[in-house]
Ligand binder design. Structure first.
Ligand SMILES: Cc1cc2nc3c(=O)[nH]c(=O)nc-3n(C[C@H](O)[C@H](O)[C@H](O)COP(=O)(O)OP(=O)(O)OC[C@H]3O[C@@H](n4cnc5c(N)ncnc54)[C@H](O)[C@@H]3O)c2cc1C
Length: 379
C-alpha cells in the first residue's frame, strides 16, 4: 500500500547488505567495543544508503522520506542496537543540519564525503552538565578574526573515537536565551582536540562512545553552520531527524524480537506443552504487536506530513516516547519468556534488552518528549 516495486528493490538491497556485510561481524564488534565505521560507511556510501533522501547535488540519492524509512527499517534487522545507532548518527543526526543550513563550502567539504562514506561524522551536543537541558551547555566558541576559538568538553559522543568531524553546538555569546548558540563543523584533526576517554557502557557495545575535550581549538569561521546565534534552533530541527530514526529502528526491532520469541516458545516445552500454548504469553505478545503497529502507522503518517512540508515536532516526540517505552517493555518482557536462557549472553535477546535501555534516554529522554508533547498540545 505504501511501497512499490522500486521501494522493494531498495529494501532488498539494504537487507542483503545487512545480512552479508554486517550481521556476520556483529558478535566480534560487540566483543571489541567498536566497529570499523570507515569501512562500513564506505560500503554503504557507495550503495547510496547513507544519503538516500539527500540532494544528489551533494552526494545523496535525491529520493524521499519513504526511502529513508526503508533504509532505517532494514537497519533495524542488524543483530544489535549499536551499529544501527552509528549509522543513524551519520545519516540522521550529524548531517541534516549541514544540508539544511550549511554553506556550499560545508556541503562540498563535509556533507558530500559523509554521505559517500569517506568521512565519519558525530553529533556533539551533550556535556557533563548539559544533557536534557541543552541550553545549559558551557562549551564556548569565541570569534577571533577568521576563526572561532573553542574551549570545553562533550560527553557520550557516539562515533566519537572515529569521527573525522563533529557537528558541534557551542555557546557563542553569554547572553541568556536561545540565540546565544551556534552550530559548527569541527574537524577532529584540529590542534587542541582530544578524545579524553572511551566510555564503557551497559549496552550498544559495538558503538564507540567518547568523552571529548577542546583546548583552544581554532575552528575556521567558514565552518559555522548557518547563522551565528541560531545554532540552538537549528539543532532543535536537526533533532527531529534523529528522533524520527528511532521509530523505524524500534518498531522493526520489536517485531523481530517478538518473531524470535514466538519461535523459541514454540520449541520450549514446559509442564508438558510448548510455552506458546500459554494464553497469557500469547496475549502479551499480541498486545505488543498491536502497539508496534500503531507506532509504525504513526511513522508513516509522519512521513506523509513531512512530504507535505508540515511541522512534525509533536508527532515525532509522540513516536519517540512510545517507541522507547515499548522497546524497553518488549525486550524485558520477551527476556522473561526465555527464562534463564534469556539471561545468557549468547542469546540476542539479552543484548537487545541492554541496547534498548538507551532509547528512552538518548536523543531526548522520554520525559523531555512528554514536555514537548504537552507544550505543543497547549498545556
Ligand atoms: C550511549 C549513549 C550515546 C549517546 N550519544 C550521544 C551523541 O552522539 N551526541 C550527543 O550529543 N549526546 C549523546 N548522548 C547523550 C544523550 O542524548 C543524553 O544522555 C540524554 O539527552 C540525557 O541527558 P543526560 O544524560 O545529561 O541526563 P539528564 O539531563 O541528567 O537527565 C536525567 C534524567 O532525568 C529525567 N528528566 C530529564 N528532564 C526531565 C524533565 N523535564 N522532567 C522530568 N524528568 C526529566 C530523565 O529521565 C532523564 O533520563 C548519548 C548518551 C548515551 C548514553
Amino acid at each position: 500500500m505504501y511501497f512499490n516495486k522500486e521501494h522493494d528493490l531498495v529494501r532488498k538491497a539494504v537487507r542483503d547488505f545487512v545480512n552479508k556485510e554486517i550481521n556476520p561481524h556483529v558478535d566480534q564488534w560487540e566483543e571489541e567495543g567498536i566497529a570499523p565505521l570507515h569501512d562500513i560507511f564506505k560500503k554503504m556510501g557507495e550503495l547510496g544508503f547513507l544519503g538516500i533522501r539527500f540532494d544528489e547535488k551533494y552526494g545523496g540519492e535525491g529520493l524521499d522520506y519513504w526511502y529513508e524509512t526503508i533504509v532505517l527499517e532494514e537497519c533495524a534487522r542488524i543483530h544489535c542496537g549499536g551499529i544501527p545507532m552509528a549509522i543513524a548518527v551519520q545519516s540522521n543526526m550529524a548531517t541534516p543540519a549541514l544540508e539544511q543550513f550549511g554553506s556550499e563550502y560545508i556541503k562540498e567539504t563535509y556533507l558530500r564525503p559523509a554521505l559517500k562514506g569517506d568521512m565519519v561524522a558525530a553529533i556533539a551536543v551533550t556535556e557533563p552538565d548539559a544533557g536534557s537541558d541543552v541550553a545549559a551547555l558551557k562549551s564556548f566558541a569565541k570569534k577571533e578574526g577568521g576563526h572561532y576559538i573553542l574551549n570545553g568538553s562533550k560527553t557520550y559522543i557516539t562515533n566519537g573515537l572515529q569521527a573525522d568531524f563533529l557537528t558541534l553546538l557551542a555557546r557563542t555569546s553569554d547572553d541568556p536565551g536561545y540565540h546565544s548558540f551556534s552550530l559548527f563543523v569541527v574537524p577532529t584533526d584540529l590542534k587542541g582536540f582530544s578524545v579524553s576517554k572511551k566510555l564503557d557502557k551497559l549496552g550498544m557495545r559495538s558503538s564507540d562512545t567518547a568523552e571529548l575535550y577542546f583546548d583552544n581549538v581554532k575552528i575556521p569561521a567558514e565552518n559555522l553552520i548557518g547563522v551565528e546565534g541560531e545554532g540552538f534552533i537549528q539543532q532543535m530541527q536537526q533533532f527531529q531527524h534523529e528522533r524520527f530514526a528511532v521509530l523505524p529502528l524500534s518498531y522493526v526491532m520489536i517485531q523481530e524480537v517478538i518473531k524470535e520469541t514466538v519461535e523459541y516458545l514454540k520449541g520450549r516445552i514446559v509442564f508438558g506443552k510448548p510455552l506458546i500454548k500459554k494464553q497469557v504469553l500469547r496475549h502479551r505478545l499480541a498486545h505488543w504487536l498491536a502497539q508496534a503497529e500503531t507506532i509504525q502507522q504513526l511513522a508513516y503518517h509522519i512521513v506523509r506530513m513531512k512530504m507535505a512540508g508540515q511541522d512534525v515536532t509533536r508527532e515525532i516526540s509522540m513516536g519517540k516516547l512510545l517507541a522507547g517505552d515499548l522497546l524497553n517493555d518488549v525486550t524485558s518482557g520477551c527476556l522473561q519468556m526465555y527464562g534463564g536462557m534469556g539471561f545468557m549472553n549468547e542469546m540476542r535477546i539479552s543484548r537487545l534488552f541492554r541496547d534498548a535501555r538507551l532509547i528512552s534516554i538518548g536523543g531526548g529522554a522520554s520525559e523531555v518528549m512528554s514536555e514537548i508533547i504537552s507544550k505543543t498540545s497547549g498545556f
